[in-house]
Every structure is written in C-alpha cells, then in structure tokens.
Design a protein around this ligand. Structure first.
Ligand code: G1P
Length: 899
C-alpha cells in the first residue's frame, strides 16, 4: 500500500500516523516575513531571518526531542490532560505501549492539517497550520470535538514558547539574552519585546516584538496567562507535563509586565462543557513584527475563525497557482510528485539554504550558483521578473571575472568582503551564461545582452589572491575608471570576461584550477595544485555557446561589432602555442588582473562579432581536444574522463591498484559541453552503470568509494562513504547527468536517471520523506535535505525542455518530444500545461501505439486547430510571430500526433 496518498492534482496528500517517521517537516511561509517549519507534532521553528527567531531554532537532530514548541492542551476533568498534537509525556509513552492515539496528516503547499483522535480521552483534534500570504502571522486553527457519548469538561491551554532573539544566542549567552526580555500580557495574548539585540561587537536597540495571541471561535479572550517558562512548566517541570496544565494553577491576567525571563505564549481559555459530538474552536496567531501597533491590525485581519479560514483558502490558492506547470504522464502519483518538485525552487527562493531543519548552514541568503540556477525554474514559471534579476545579478561580477559571494537581501545587492582572501569557487563564472542562454531562448530578447551593468568592487583583487590596498569603503562597491567614473559594461561584456578569465586560469596540467572548490563544495582542500577538468569541460561548452550566441546576435540584431573594455584585448589572444603553455596563460591572466587591480582605464575597443566568435570557438576546440587527448581514463574497452587533479597534482580518477575511482561530475560536463564524442558518451554510460549505478540508492552515485581520507582534495572524503558529497546519489548532479544525456540524444539513458531518482523518493518506506526531491539519499535510502535543492530546478527544466521537448529557440517555441512509451497514459496520451511568452498552452502528445521515442515521427501538429510547421521528423515549431498573435487570455491547445 502506498503510504502517501494524493487527494487531488495539486499535490495535496495524506499520510497516517506520520509521527512514526523521523525527520518529517513541512515548510510554511509567506511571500516575505515568516519562514516556519512544522512537523507532524507541530515541532519545528519559525523566524524572519537569522537574527529574529520566534521559536527556538532547530536543526534536524532537534526534531525528535523538540518538545518546547507549539502545543495545544486539553485538561479533561476527571481524566487527565491530553495534547492535541500528541506531545505529552503520557502520549509519548502510550505510543509504544497501548496506542491510544491515531493521527492523520493532510498537507499541501504551505499548509497542513493534523487530525488526532484519542481512545482514552474520547477527543478529536483538528489543527490546521499555515502562514498568512503577507508573512506576518503563523496561524493555527484548532477544533476539539468530544467523541464520547457523555458530556466532558475541557480546559484548553495554548503553549508556544517564544525564543525571541538571534539564532546565534542558542549557545552564545542563552541565559543572558533572556534577561533582556520584556514580557507583557495583553487582553488576548502575550508580547515579548527584548530591549537589545545582543551582539558583543555592538549591541543594538531591538524593535522587534514577538507575539502569541489566541481567540475562541466566538472571539473571546483567554482567561489566564502563564507568560514565563518557569510559571508555565513549574519548578522541576517540563513542556511534556507542564504544571499549568497538570494542575489548576493561578496565572496572571491581562496587563501584567514581566522582565528578564524565558518567555512562553501560554494561556488558558475558559473551561467548557462539551456534549457528545460537540466541538469548540480556537484561533492562535503568532509572529514577529517591527511595529508593535501592527499586532492589533493582524488580530483584526485573522483573529476570527471565518477570517482565518478565509486566509487559509487564499493561501492554498496562492501557492497552487504559483506552480503553473502541470504534467500528465500516465501516473497520477508521479504527476503530483512533479508538482512538488516544481514548487521546490520557489521554496529555495524564500528559505535560501539556511532556514529549514536540515539546512542549518549559513545565516540566510543563497549562494551565487544557487541564485543563478533558481532563475532557470523562474524562467519557466514566472518569467516576467527574470530579465531584471539577470541584469542585476551581473552586477556581482568583479572586473577580474570572479564575483561577490556575500549576497544581500535585496536583488542585486552584494556585500563587500572586507577581511579575508576570499574563496574563489571556480565554477561560479560558468552559471550566469547558462541561465542567460535559456533566457534568450525562451524570450528571443537579445537586447538584454546590451544592458549596461556596473562591476562589483571590494577589497579582493587578482582573482582572490590579493588585496587592492587602495580600496576602501569610501570608494564604494562599484568598479571605477581612472577618471573616477563608475564603469558600466554590457551584460555581454560581463559574460565574455567571466568565461575568458576562466580560460586562462589553469594549473600545471593546463586544466582549470580548482581554487576553493567547484560545484562540489566539499572538494575544498586542493587550493594550490587542484584542477577541475569537469568544469574545464563546462567552460569549453560555454565558450562554444557564447560563440553561437554572437553569431545569432549578428543575424538577428544586424549589428556586427561590439564595444568592450580596452584591457580585455589581452584576453583575446588567439594562438595555439599560447593555449598549450599553462604558465604563459597564467602570466597573461595575472597581467590582465594587475591592470585592473584598482581602477580601469575606462577606454574601450571595438571588436567584430564574427572574429570574436571564431576566437572563442578556437579556444573551446582546443580545450576539448586537449581534454580528449589527456584525460580519458581507460578501463578495458571502455572508459570515462578524469575530472580532477588533487593537491599533489595527481590525476584523481582511474582504475587504481586497490580501487576504481570514478566521479560523475566530470562525465556530466564532458557530455553536456560536447567534449565527449558519441562513442565516449556510450562508453561513459556503460562505466557509470558498472561503477556508479545503484538502483536502491536512487540511481547514479556521485563517486565510487576511494577508501581514502583524501585530505589533498577535500572534506568530502571525510564524510562516510555514501553520504552527501561523498558518493551518495546526489540529486542535483544526477539530474544534470540526465539533462546532459538528453541533450546529446541519449533519452533512454537520461530517463533512467530521472526515473531512478523519482522511484527512490516515492518509495516512502525507504525515503521517509514528504513528496519532492531530496538533496541526496543516504545509505539506507532516506531522502535528506528536503525541498531546498538545486536539483528541483533542473528536474523541472529537464522534464519540460528535454522529456516533453518543449523549449524556446530565440523566442520560437520548438517541440521535440523524447517521452518514453510508459510516460503516455493507457490511451497513448501525455500532456504538459505551461506558459510560454505570456501565453497559456496545453500541449498534448498522442502516441497511440506507444512506440519508442526514436521510432516516432510527427504526423500532424496543430495549434488551436491550425497546422504547425514540422521542422524535422520529431520537431515542430511555433514561431515567435505566431505566438505573438495568440491571445493572452485563453489556453491554447497544441496537439501533436506521433506515429
Ligand atoms: C548543494 C548546494 C550547491 C552545491 C552542492 C554540492 O546542492 O546548494 O550550491 O553545489 O550542494 O556541494 P543542492 O542542495 O542545491 O542540490
């Protein structure tokens, strides 16, 4: 039996007794403001940012002992006390003895409803939790029903411990910071306003108020308050059996003021007699606000049952509509999983990589490569803002081709690194063009390449190896010219600069230096001699595609020349002799970086697009040839590409005496870039199947077991094998492997990768996770790091642009499906609903005989009944012009008959 049951097509699911599984949590958030996580027993936390946690911050390992969080108690006269979310000492014990409670969770995007019944207390609770769309308030709607034939008397008690400070204070002055708390009981709730935001580098006056309010369905206020932890749990007490629940304890009334204590939004409502089947309902509101006065407004907006229900309906609609992509692949559960995968990029935009229980790294925000890759999904779901996002993000590039790594809260805001020599992630310059290229294809808006953008400037110079001693904060964070003007270069210039600088930044084997790490953050211990062949391939692919873009630009825009910074002329050197000489390349790059170390001249040169394109192609071809000649690792008849050099300058991969060392990353980019020949792709597939594939683990592992704590390459080798970056099936790289295979026409092989991942995630007994794609599967098959993985963007993109084959081509819509027979329903039909160029499309594919994709031809393709151009056997096109003539209101039906 399936553990996860879907109840609609929007990803809503149910699961029984979810508290029997560890590590489950759901995100609840608004567009901005609160970011919560919630477990099946209402554990988890809630915050607006690193410094403002409403509930105590939790990591994954806190979830199973996370007892001081949201609770709703019922003291039942003559019987005892029951936690409506299952978190009491008695219920925890019962769970393993004679189980008295049964629970069901129903959940969707940004909301959950927990239903719990107790045999012992003859009570049922229904608790619905969500965050208002504006992000001001976490709302719980609570309904308690008397299931007994007899009348029962119940006293409801709310308990929500208010942490009310920065996550840093969990270990840093935990007690001292409670002394800053000022706690007030109001008519309907508890407010906590710390006096200071504690930071020994400079305390700041705090103006955030944390609040917990409660109302009966009739709008009545609580009767008594227990606003401090000590008054609520009692001397020697605990949240599992708090004194104010255990006994009828006198609390304080509204209007009381307390200082210097750990706070809790705890209060009891009036005791109620409940007849058989009678229910009582409550609304609990909690949040953090910079304006105390807004709390009363929040209460008037969401404080009644009707208002809260109304907001819930809005929340459900809002987030469901955000995911405006729909798949029909013949299996409804798969389609629902895909809904969640498409929702994941939205979650990462909101939560960054820091604010869900598994994601306890960083203090908020997203990394550079994540920023760009999340744009990929947005380009499909919400493209209108992406143009500006792309333009703004290029403002993070430094004139030496590296980029800012501290990213501010606002779009296009980058923060200067004033201290250390920064770490350079050598893959960073690769991603912006990938995203920009997709943007060009989806929109045909070549003009974006001519947008003028400044360059980022801080203390760092010479590609992270030196400091510009003339820079200070007065100079500002934008690159200037000798004439003291801020320098603006085109987006295209930024792209060229990033990729050209990378070209010259090579190590002793003439492959690109690894620097601080590449995509694999955990390859971080080979700063001096490490090289990433994997990303040398990737950049070679970029150079080729940039060249293609330049040629298209000439064709479409008619312009044949562009202007670039004068200093960049050096980077356009074009002799094979130079390419072959790693030391000369490094010297040339150092020369360039030195010229740009402080100001640049501000002068420009004009270059011809065709010459520039040829120059880039020359470089790309040389790189690919060089890699094919030197990095192919032989294994009998087959082989694969060596992806790295370690800090001793040794090749990392190969068939060694004691083990086979193979890594997936190098193969992915060799295939994606076109470095691997067709025969080599086949060979890589066979090798990956032999050494990396493990169906039970979710498919293709990131690497084989090196059986070595390889400190000359990275911390990943310190991780247990099969976990995270050391050889787990790491979804992001696996999906990119699939994407690369599809791009090269290896659809069957690509599908195998996607399917293995989804099968592993959907096997709830192993994966033990809510619907979606995890960052990786551990050795037992559990899906870890739910929601916030770049894998989701790529999965969605691959499904749309490769599997369904619906992709932009300079603004035209090209459809070339590569669906497997089993991806059509029993009538041989598969459907994709999405928007493109502001129009809604329902694209229906018919493959009545369910033939293999490569045996199919398009017999007929129509849009709203009108025939479309069939460009090749399996490719049809709807031109940009035709699309512009379609109305933006209706959904347009494209039907494609394959025979
Ligand atoms: C995470 C990071 C990503 C990094 C990867 C491998 O991947 O977000 O930047 O490249 O680990 O170290 P994700 O969780 O996005 O799949």
């Amino acid at each position: 039996m399936r553990k996860i049951n879907f109840t609609d097509k929007n990803g809503t699911f149910t699961i029984t007794n979810p508290e029997n599984y560890s590590g489950l949590y759901l995100p609840l958030a608004g567009e901005e403001g609160l970011k919560s996580s919630i477990t099946p027993t209402l554990g988890g936390d809630s915050k607006t940012d690193q410094n403002h946690f409403l509930l105590e911050p939790v990591s994954i390992e806190n979830l199973h002992n996370n007892r001081g969080t949201r609770n709703f108690w019922c003291r039942v006269e003559g019987k005892g006390y029951w936690s409506a979310c299952g978190v009491s000492a008695e219920q925890e014990f019962d769970k393993y003895t004679d189980r008295q409670d049964e629970s069901t969770l129903e959940a969707g995007m940004m909301w959950q409803k927990l239903t719990r019944t107790s045999k012992k207390y003859h009570l049922q609770s229904e608790i619905t939790s969500f965050v208002s769309i504006d992000g001001t308030t976490e709302i719980q709607l609570i309904k308690i029903t008397n299931l007994s034939e007899e009348e029962q008397e119940v006293t409801p008690i709310v308990a929500l411990p208010v942490y009310g400070r920065s996550a840093d204070n969990i270990r840093d002055h935990r007690h001292v910071t409670s002394l800053l708390h000022r706690i007030d009981t109001k008519e309907c709730g508890v407010e906590v306003t710390p006096v200071l935001s504690f930071d020994e580098r400079g305390h700041q006056k705090n103006d955030t108020t944390y609040f917990v309010y409660g109302f009966t369905a009739e709008g009545n206020a609580p009767k008594e308050f227990y606003p401090t932890v000590e008054s609520f749990i009692g001397e020697g007490g605990s949240f599992l059996i708090p004194e104010a629940v255990r006994v009828e304890k006198k609390g304080c009334t509204a209007g009381c003021h307390l200082e210097g204590k750990e706070a809790v939004g705890a209060f009891r409502f009036e005791r109620r007699k409940l007849k058989a089947n009678e229910s009582i309902e409550y609304v609990v509101l909690a949040g953090a606000t910079g304006e105390k006065a807004s709390i009363s407004k929040i209460c008037t907006l969401f404080g009644t049952k009707e208002q809260a229900e109304n907001e819930l309906a809005k929340v459900k609609k809002y987030w469901t509509e955000k995911v405006n992509v729909e798949f029909e692949t013949g299996d409804e559960a798969t389609d629902n999983y895909l809904k969640w995968i498409c929702f994941q990029p939205i979650l990462r935009r909101i939560y960054g990589c820091s604010f869900l229980p598994y994601h306890d790294y960083g203090k908020g925000g997203r990394g550079w490569r994540d920023l760009w890759q999340d744009c990929l999904a947005l380009l499909i779901m919400n493209p209108s803002n992406v143009r500006q996002m792309i333009v703004d993000n290029y403002g993070g590039v430094r004139i030496d081709g590296t980029n800012a790594t501290i990213i501010g809260n606002k779009q296009g805001e980058f923060i200067a690194d004033r201290n250390n020599i920064t770490r350079v992630w050598m893959d960073h310059a690769f991603w912006p063009f990938v995203t920009t290229r997709l943007y060009l294809d989806q929109t045909g808006d070549m003009e974006v390449l001519f947008e003028k953008v400044p360059y980022f400037k801080d203390l760092q110079s010479m590609r992270g190896t030196a400091h510009d001693k003339f820079w200070n904060s007065e100079y500002g964070q934008k690159q200037k010219t000798e004439r003291d003007h801020i320098y603006f270069g085109t987006v295209l210039e930024h792209i060229l600069l990033q990729n050209l600088c990378a070209f010259y930044d090579v190590g002793e084997h003439n492959e690109m230096r690894l620097h601080g790490a590449d995509w694999n953050d955990a390859l971080d211990m080979a700063w001096e001699k490490g090289e990433s062949v994997a990303f040398t391939c990737a950049y070679a692919g970029n150079l080729r595609n940039i060249a293609k873009t330049l040629r298209q630009l000439e064709e479409i825009s008619g312009s044949s020349k562009i202007e670039i910074a004068h200093e960049m002329e050096d980077l356009l050197a074009g002799s094979v002799e130079l390419y072959e000489d790693a030391a000369r390349k490094q010297a040339l790059l150092a020369g360039y970086a030195k010229k740009c170390e402080h100001n640049i001249s501000g002068d420009t040169i004009v270059v011809r697009l065709d010459q520039l394109a040829a120059n880039l192609e020359g470089k790309a071809d040389w790189m690919m040839k060089n890699i094919r000649a030197n990095e192919w690792v032989k294994d009998g008849e087959d082989g694969w590409f060596n992806g790295y050099y370690d800090n001793h300058g040794r090749k990392v991969e190969g068939v060694m005496d004691e083990s086979v060392r193979m890594m997936l990353t190098g193969q992915v980019f060799a295939i994606m870039s076109g470095t691997a020949t067709e025969d080599q792709v086949e060979s890589i597939c066979r090798s990956a199947d032999k050494y990396l594939y493990d169906q039970k683990a979710g498919g293709y592992r990131l690497n084989t077991n090196f059986h070595e704590e390889k400190f000359d390459l990275g911390r990943m080798f310190g991780f247990a094998y099969g976990e995270k970056e050391n050889g787990a099936v790491f979804s992001h790289m696996a999906v990119m492997y699939s994407n690369a295979l599809y791009q090269r026409g290896f659809a069957k092989e690509g599908n195998k990768v996607l399917q293995a991942l989804l099968d592993a995630a959907m096997e709830f007994d192993n994966s033990k996770m809510y619907p979606g794609l995890p960052e990786y599967f551990d050795n037992q098959g559990r899906g870890l790091y739910a929601y916030l993985t770049g894998a989701a963007s790529w999965y969605m993109l691959t499904m749309i642009t490769e599997v369904f084959g619906v992709k932009g081509d300079c603004g035209d819509l090209k459809i070339a499906p590569a669906l497997m027979p089993e991806q059509y329903n029993q009538d041989g039909k598969a459907v994709l609903k999405m928007t493109f160029a502001g129009r809604n499309f329902e694209i229906i594919f018919y493959n009545k005989e369910k033939k293999e994709f490569n045996q199919l031809k398009i017999r007929k393709a129509v849009c709203d009944g009108k025939a479309l151009e069939i460009a090749a056997e399996r490719c049809t096109i709807l031109s940009k012009r035709e699309i512009q003539m379609l109305s933006v209101k209706e959904t347009h039906k494209i039907e494609i008959e394959l025979v």
